[in-house]
Design a protein around this ligand. Structure first.
Ligand SMILES: *Cc1c(COP(=O)(O)O)cnc(C)c1O
Length: 478
């Protein structure tokens, strides 16, 4: 048998770092990554034959669990009819309709292959629509790897401890203004100074790429208010959260079900957000015009981006939004965007079945599993005296380590970076040795699926005390 280490060595001889996306390389936790042979439901099995309880879920897409038989069948059936045509198919329309039923904000959609393309196009479209160049993003939010969006980005950029990326021209980086997350005053000041030059504010409605950092009450609504006041667009990047935390994503969770007081400030706690979050319920799987969603919504973004779950594990992503803005895209309007494999029939088939199956029961199951795992890990850390806080946004959570996190929570990127990051590597490896694969970075969300079983939750519970001990014993690297 070839070991993970041998596979990693061979990979590094032909692929930079041995991986096609940096966080996979285990850089921040050390060691050779598990090379995956196959996956089933809540588990992945590596090249050495270890079956691991998987809390990565392909970074989100595996909502139903891996290799869901209906999704696989749909992909196989689509493959038999042709892998790619470079011409429209009816399936794209059906998927767009399914998305719009859940997130009616997306009056029109355009399918692309990656979340990076979706956000990149949303930015171009905002500039085309407003005739302005500047874009605001928040530190610690990740929106893919396009030039203008890498400044103070979360995810792998945070994991690698990088300020941004080499190779981004200063002139392009200069078009992005980075503001601290959850800071309404900074946003208002920025618009007061340069409002007439700002095309858009892009945000993760509940950031999940610096760990889970819930929006302060009213923060998303404040972004909406300020952008509207100055004629800029609001882009809700739901590439990670869309269709994962509920049928209408984080927007549905917060704007429709959460607090509605745009001016409120206060602790990070509502029924669906923060440390004391309870399992939400899902009263609705479809929202049509006339159901009053527009009146009920605390905030409505102009554009929204999707990825991850929308393709059920296949390369698929989308941007959607107001019809008048979306219709500025070519071939109707002057904003160009294209893609040889966009709306690929295999990916579209996987997306349709995934959304069909992602009903209220699925969301309730994922939320319950997330609640269980967060709670049991928290108990184990408490037993070992490790200062921590489990932060949640819907069924997404991450475990924040350190006194600051325990005391006041992690509210922005500065606080995320100030955690006891050194405790995470030993914690991660203790779990891995016990057959549980966490995301290999403290700055990533933990992903449960509807296919995780009681037995798998018990394996996590059995592993947690040792992992907590390892975290407690960790010392800062010199
Ligand atoms: C993953 C992610 C992206 C990038 O999507 P890719 O498919 O990896 O290009 C963009 N935005 C958010 C919020 C993400 O989590």
């Amino acid at each position: 048998m070839t070991s993970n280490q041998q596979l990693f060595d061979a990979a590094r001889a032909v692929i930079p770092g041995g991986v096609d996306s940096p966080v996979r390389a285990f850089g921040s936790v050390g060691g050779a990554p598990a090379f995956i042979d196959h996956a089933l439901a809540g588990t992945v099995t590596d090249a050495e034959g270890h079956e691991l309880v998987d809390l990565v879920g392909s970074w989100g897409p595996a909502l139903l669990g891996h290799t869901d038989p209906d999704v696989v069948d749909a992909v196989v059936a689509a493959a038999r009819k042709g892998l790619s045509f470079g011409a429209p198919t009816e399936a794209e329309t059906r998927l767009a309709e399914a998305v719009r039923r859940r997130v009616p904000v997306a009056e029109r959609l355009r399918f692309v292959s990656t979340g990076t393309e979706a956000t990149m196009t949303a930015i171009r479209l905002s500039r085309g629509a407003t005739g302005r160049d500047l874009v605001i993003k928040f530190a610690g939010c990740y929106h893919g790897h396009s030039d203008g969006l890498l400044s103070a980005a979360g995810s792998g950029v945070a994991t690698g401890g990088l300020p941004g990326s080499a190779g981004v021209p200063a002139a392009i980086a200069g078009q992005t203004i980075v503001l601290p997350y959850n800071d309404v005053a900074a946003l208002e000041e920025c618009f007061a100074a340069r409002g007439s030059e700002i095309a858009a504010v892009i945000t993760e409605p509940a950031p999940a790429n610096m760990g889970i950092v819930p929006p302060a009450p009213g923060f998303n609504a404040a972004i909406r208010r300020v952008t509207a006041e100055y004629g800029a667009l609001m882009i809700a990047d739901e590439v990670l959260s869309g269709f994962r935390v509920g049928p209408a994503g984080m927007w549905g969770l917060e704007a429709l079900d959460g607090w509605v007081d745009a001016g409120a400030t206060g602790p990070l706690a509502t029924p669906a957000f923060g440390e004391g979050a309870v399992t939400p319920t899902w009263p609705r799987t479809g929202l049509a015009e006339g159901t009053g969603w527009r009146e009920r919504a605390a905030w409505i973004p102009d554009l929204v981006t999707f990825g991850k779950v929308i393709g059920g594990g296949m390369p698929l992503a989308a941007l959607g939004g107001r019809a008048d803005v979306m219709e500025l895209l070519a071939p109707v309007g002057p904003v160009y965007q294209a893609g040889t494999l966009s709306g690929n029939p295999l990916a579209t088939a996987a997306g349709i079945v995934t959304l069909e199956k992602a009903d209220d029961a699925v969301y309730a199951a994922v939320a319950r599993r997330a609640q269980q795992v967060g709670d049991l890990v928290s108990e184990a850390l408490t037993a070992e005296g490790v200062a921590h806080r489990v932060q949640r946004s819907g069924s997404l959570f991450s475990v924040m380590l350190g006194e600051g996190a325990a005391e006041h929570g992690v509210r922005d990127y500065e606080e995320a970076k100030a955690q006891d990051v050194f405790r995470f590597g030993p914690f991660f490896h203790a779990f891995l040795e016990a057959g549980v694969a966490l995301p290999p970075s403290i700055f990533e969300a933990w992903f449960l699926s509807a296919a995780h079983t009681d037995e798998q939750i018990e394996r996590i519970a059995a592993a947690a005390p040792k992992a907590a001990k390892a975290a407690a014993a960790a010392t800062p690297q010199a």
